[in-house]
Design a protein around this ligand. Sequence first.
Ligand code: T46
Length: 137
Amino acid sequence: MKTNNSELMEIGVLGDERGNLSVLESYINLPFEIKRVFYIYSTKDGVRRGFHAHYKTKQALISVAGSCKVSLDNTVRKEDVILDSPNKVLILEPNDWHEMYDFSDDCVLLVLASELYNSNDYIRDYEEFIKVYSETK
Ligand code: T46
């Protein structure tokens, strides 16, 4: 399923009598090299996070426990995606303004990123985001 420039993928589940295992490998089923991993958890009720796009960073979001929603906007289309399974992987391109919300109490949102952390890679001003990415369409 295609969303904006982002992509919601369903990856394979390797299951046996012991349970399940899913795999992401750079340039095999993940379109970038992983340079950074972080995870968001114990999110308080009603919290909305994100509110930014990036200049360079690509990311993969996986709700490895619980669920959350992600609101996407690439200046042309807006869409909301539900992450409610460890085998659903949302690929975010740099030009996807994103906001995460409706976190379940048990949600652990795993994020794989193509770049090391750099606060200058964030576009946190929506008007600036529109300016930067409308010009490149
Ligand atoms: C994103 C979404 C999905 C660091 O010091 N290093 C890091 O690698 C990260 C990700 C964050 N931080 C610091 C910066 C802030 O002081 O941790 C604090 C919380 O980060 P932020 O407010 O940016 O968190 P979110 O949930 O709004 O956004 C995060 C990522 O920053 C962002 O790249 O796309 O998750």
